[in-house]
Design a binder for this molecule. Structure first.
Ligand SMILES: [Zn+2]
Length: 272
C-alpha cells in the first residue's frame, strides 16, 4: 500500500505537469472509492495546473477553478504516460496535458480504493482532510504534542501512531520501523509510553519518513519509466517483513504478531 513517502514521491514526480493546460480527460471507470465526477472533462479542459501539494496521503492538484484531491488507496499508482503507450487493465483515468506534446497523467488502481475528487472550495476544509492530524515532518508534530495525545489511549502504541487523527501518514511499515528504532514494543499500551520514549519515537518517525522520501527521490526517474514502473524504492527494512531473521542489533529472531488486523514485526529483546 502506498504510504506517505510514496505519495510524496508521486507528487514530486508529477511536478513536470505544472503550468501545462489540460486538453482532455478520459474516464474509463468512474467507480473508485467515491464516484469520479463525470463532468471532470468539462470542468478541467483548458485549465492550467498551478501547483501540487500534499496533505497526509492526499495529493492536491490545484487549478484556477478548484482542486483535484487524489488518493492512491490500497493499490493505486500514477504515472506520466506518453500518447503511444498502451492502455492497460485498471488504467481508469487519463488527464491529458498539453496540446502538441501530450503528457498524460494516468491513474491506475486495481482495487479501486483510491479516489479522484473535485472541489472548488478550500481542499483543506474538505471532509476527508479537515480532521487530519499534523504532518509528521512538521514542527507541529513534536514530543509534547504526541505525549498529550497518547496520555489517555489504551490502544497499542502502534495503532495509536497509525491513527490519522494523531499524526498523518505513519503507515504499517514505517510504524514498525520507527518503534524498532525507539525500542518500544508495538503492542505496548499507548499511555504507558514514557516522555523519554515519546521523544525518541517522534525523532524515529521523522527520520524513517525522511529517509524513505530521500531514497525514493533518487529513483524518481524510474517513475516515468515506459513500463509504468514507479520509483517506489526498495526499503531497507530493519524489522518489517523480517520474521525469524536475525535482529540487526542482537541477532535474536524478529517476531511477527497481528495488531489491529495488520502484521507487526519487532525484536523481543531490543524492544520493551
Ligand atoms: Zn534485537
Amino acid at each position: 500500500m502506498p504510504e506517505l513517502p510514496e505519495v510524496e514521491i508521486t507528487r514530486l514526480g508529477l511536478e513536470p505537469l505544472i503550468n501545462y493546460k489540460i486538453s482532455e480527460v478520459v474516464i474509463r471507470n468512474s467507480s473508485l472509492r467515491w464516484p469520479v465526477n463525470k463532468s471532470l472533462q468539462k470542468i478541467l479542459i483548458g485549465m492550467k495546473l498551478i501547483s501540487l501539494k500534499r496533505r497526509g496521503k492526499y495529493i492536491l492538484a490545484e487549478f484556477p477553478n478548484g482542486t483535484l484531491i487524489i488518493h492512491l488507496g490500497m493499490s493505486g499508482n500514477i504515472c506520466i504516460a506518453s500518447k503511444d503507450r498502451e492502455i492497460k487493465k485498471h488504467d481508469h483515468i487519463d488527464i491529458i496535458f498539453g496540446n502538441v506534446e501530450h503528457k498524460i497523467l494516468r491513474y491506475n488502481d486495481p482495487r479501486r480504493f483510491g479516489c479522484v475528487l473535485w472541489t472548488d472550495e478550500n481542499p483543506l476544509d474538505h471532509k476527508l482532510l479537515k480532521n487530519l492530524g499534523p504532518e509528521p515532518l512538521s514542527s507541529d508534530f513534536d514530543a509534547d504534542y504526541l505525549f498529550q495525545k497518547l496520555r489517555k489511549k489504551t490502544v497499542s502504541i502502534k495503532n495509536a501512531i497509525m491513527n490519522g487523527h494523531v499524526v498523518v501518514g505513519v503507515g504499517n511499515i514505517y510504524a514498525s520501523e520507527a518503534l524498532f528504532h525507539s525500542k518500544i514494543r508495538p503492542q505496548r499500551e499507548a499511555y504507558k509510553v514514557t516522555t523519554n520514549e515519546v521523544n525518541n519515537l517522534v525523532t524515529a518517525i521523522k527520520d524513517t519518513i525522511e529517509k524513505a522520501i530521500l531514497k525514493g527521490g533518487s529513483s524518481i526517474k524510474n517513475f516515468f519509466d515506459i513500463n509504468g514502473k514507479n520509483g517506489y524504492f526498495q526499503n531497507e527494512h530493519q524489522v518489517y517483513g523480517r520474521k525469524d531473521k536475525p535482529c540487526i542489533l542482537c541477532k535474536n529472531p524478529i517476531q511477527q504478531i497481528t495488531l489491529g488486523q495488520r502484521s507487526s514485526f519487532y525484536c523481543n529483546c531490543c524492544q520493551k
